[in-house]
Every structure is written in C-alpha cells, then in structure tokens.
Design a protein around this ligand. Structure first.
Ligand code: FNR
Length: 379
C-alpha cells in the first residue's frame, strides 16, 4: 500500500509505474548493444510479441460478495513457503545492466528485501557463492547451463548446494544460442563474454582439468566457450542430472505435454514452462498458450511459468491458468538498469501490489481461488 498511500498524499514515485515506462527508461540508460541484447529475441521477434499478446486473449471475471479484505498470495512448493508467487527468472549478464557491474548481487539484495526468490543464472559476473550470501532469509535457486564436461557440471551443482541454494533449475532450451539478428548486427558476443563466465572460470574442476581458451584469438575463443557449455542434452542424460543432487530438480523450457510427462517420470520435482522470452526460437507458440497443457501433464508437480509477464495482472492470469508461481524476466532487468537495487525492488513491489489489489477488487482472496474459471477467452 505504500506507493498507493504516497500517491494519495501527492508523492510522485521515483520510477515509472508501468512496464512501458521501465522499458523506455532502460533503453535510455543502457548502451545500445546491451539494450539490443536484453530487449531482443529470435528472428523478427514474432514469438516474443506473441508471448505478450497472449495475455490479452484472457480476461478476468470479477466475483462479488466475497469480502476479499485479507489476501494470501503465499505459495508452497518444494517444501518451501514463499510469501508471494513471484520469482526472478534466471538472467545471465545481469552485470551489464548494473552501473557498478554487480547486477547479480543487486538482484540477490532485492530478493532479500522483497522475499521474491532469485533464480541465479550460471552465466553471472558475480560468483554464485557471493550471490547466495546476499539472499538474507529469502530462499534462492541456481540455474544450471549444463557444461559438456560432467565433472564440471557436478562441481557447479555441488557448489550451489554448499552455497545454500534450495533447488537446481536446468535450462534445456539454450544449449545453442538462438538466431538473434539484433545481436548479430551489433556483433555482441565479445562484449558479453567477460561478464558472465565467472562460475565456470572460478570452478576448481575448470581450473585444474579443462583446457583454457586461446584468449588472444577471438574466433577460437568463441568456439571454445560454445564447446564448454553447449551441451545438447537428451533424455538419456536425465537420470545423470537427477543423480547430481538431492535438492529439488526443476527443468526449464518445457512446453509440450509429452515432454512434461517424460520429465515427471524421470523424477524431476518441478516443471518450468517457458520459451525463454522468445529469445531462442521464433515462430513458436506463445508460452501462455502452452501453459494449460503443461499444467495438466504435470499432474500436481509445481509449474513455474515465464515469458511475456509484464504486469501484476499478467501474473494473476498465469496463476489462474494453473501456474504455481510466475517468474519475471525483462521487467526486473529494466528496473535494475534504471535504478539499481531500488529500481529492481520498485518493479517487483509494483507487480505484487497490482496483483494483490486486483485479487481484492475481483474477489479472489487466495491463489487457490484463482482457477481457470476466473478467466474467459476473448478476442
Ligand atoms: C534470459 N533468460 C535466461 N534463462 C536462463 O535459463 N538462463 C539465463 O542465463 C538466461 N539469460 C537471459 C538473459 C536475458 C537478457 C534475458 C532477457 C533472458 C530467459 C529468462 O529466464 C526468462 O525465460 C525470460 O526472460 C522470460 O521472458 P520475458 O519475461 O523476459 O519476456
């Protein structure tokens, strides 16, 4: 209610109140090549736009005489009780979006301040141990880009366990980078590289046993790194991934119900329905359109959803379609770019406040009340 009450007293917020404002302020704040990287997607970005547009095809129906004066937005999953249904999606190169280069630490501090967990990307500038040390009382998750070397993969997971992460999210849709015209036209790779390889280069297995890239020569260096983490996993790898940890294992990038059933049978603890914000493959289904089928196939396993969430209202719609929790991608990056930890906290709190107030007005006091019946298809 703080922002709301401030508004009633004539206090204008420090940061914009809507995604469009965060987006345009971030574009102005970031160097053009970084902006292309974070805002861009695959191909002509049709899927990226479809992710956002899909929310407009679902409309909430208000319920009356509910008396939703008290709301409870808490979520239980993986043995954790989280105060809100939001998460920060894993984002590499957060360092590039922070003025001091420590965007990973900033996101971890925002997690501590808001109770919104961060899923920390493998591709961070700050090592995972330092990131986890900033979480305070808020649990955190580690996202693994599975390297081709199995000992290195095992070492990264072990480090995450020791650092206190509460779950491992394995991203499956990015063993090769998508066709991203904006990045190709700004020749982005060399700039990004220095900001996201710390977890690999600081790893004892990498340092002791793996060949080092020929830094002086760019093309072989790029190919070297592509070989380190470009691992085209197959179903045969799932038992090995499962064996790496006793922490909850969540697989990210699943959109087809058959894949969900197979992952479930393979012993994963959670499904993460996402198309990477349209950054990987163009011409695909909007992630929101995949969600109902994923939820049904998950058959009670927690389902995290992301791709296209731009407001608290969007988050409520995804929850009504069956998501257990909703992860935020670009909006929090933009908050970080425009105001560091404060900007990021502002974005998360704005999304939460909007979702909470919407649930009050529309008469859905808890997440359990938000079923598909709360929505009608329109347009
Ligand atoms: C990502 N995403 C991502 N996912 C992941 O598993 N590991 C990663 O390192 C990254 N890195 C990354 C960088 C940038 C700049 C962006 C925008 C996204 C994908 C992310 O987790 C999430 O799936 C999308 O951001 C969700 O889409 P929206 O909400 O950004 O449209």
């Amino acid at each position: 209610y703080e922002i709301y009450l401030d508004g009633l007293q004539g206090v204008v917020p420090r940061f914009p109140m809507l995604f469009e404002g965060w987006e345009s302020a971030a574009e102005a704040a970031l160097p053009p090549s970084v902006w292309s990287y974070v805002a861009g997607g695959a191909g002509d970005e049709h899927t990226q736009r479809a992710n956002v547009a899909a929310f407009l095809r679902h409309a909430l129906v208000p319920r009356m005489f509910v008396g939703a004066a008290q709301r409870d937005l808490s979520v239980s999953m993986f043995g954790l009780t989280l105060p809100t249904p939001l998460l920060m999606a894993p984002v590499g190169v957060l360092g590039l979006c922070a003025q001091d280069g420590h965007g990973d630490l900033a996101a971890a501090r925002a997690a501590a301040r808001t109770g919104v967990p961060m899923i920390a990307s493998t591709l961070s500038a700050d090592p995972m141990e330092q990131v986890a040390a900033e979480f305070g009382q808020t649990p955190g998750f580690f996202q693994l880009y599975t390297p081709t070397d199995r000992d290195l993969a095992a070492s990264l997971v072990q480090r995450a366990e020791q650092a206190g992460f509460q779950g491992i999210v394995v991203t499956l849709d990015t063993w090769v980078t998508g066709w991203r015209p904006r990045d190709l036209s700004t020749a982005n790779f060399p700039q990004l590289r220095g900001h996201c390889l710390t977890n690999y280069t600081s790893d004892p297995v990498f340092r002791a046993a793996l060949p080092k890239p020929p830094e002086e020569d760019m093309a072989p260096t790029v190919m070297h790194w592509a070989g380190v983490f470009g691992n085209p996993l197959t179903w045969d790898d799932l038992p090995w991934l499962r064996s790496l940890t006793t922490l909850p294992l969540i697989v990210k990038g699943l959109c087809h119900p058959d894949d969900v059933r197979r992952a479930r049978d393979g012993g994963v603890d959670g499904i993460y329905c996402s198309n990477h914000g349209g950054r990987q493959a163009n011409g695909g289904l909007a992630a929101l359109d995949a969600l109902p089928g994923v939820v049904e196939a998950a058959d009670g396993l927690p389902v995290i959803f992301d791709s296209g969430v731009r407001s608290g209202t969007d988050a409520v719609k995804a929850l009504a379609l069956g998501a257990t929790a909703v992860a935020i991608g670009r909006p929090y990056l933009y908050g970080l770019a425009i105001g560091g930890v404060d900007g990021l906290v502002h974005v998360l709190r704005t999304l939460l406040a909007e979702a909470d107030l919407l649930m009050a007005v529309d008469g859905y006091p808890t997440l359990a009340d938000l079923t598909p019946d709360a929505l009608r298809s329109v347009g």
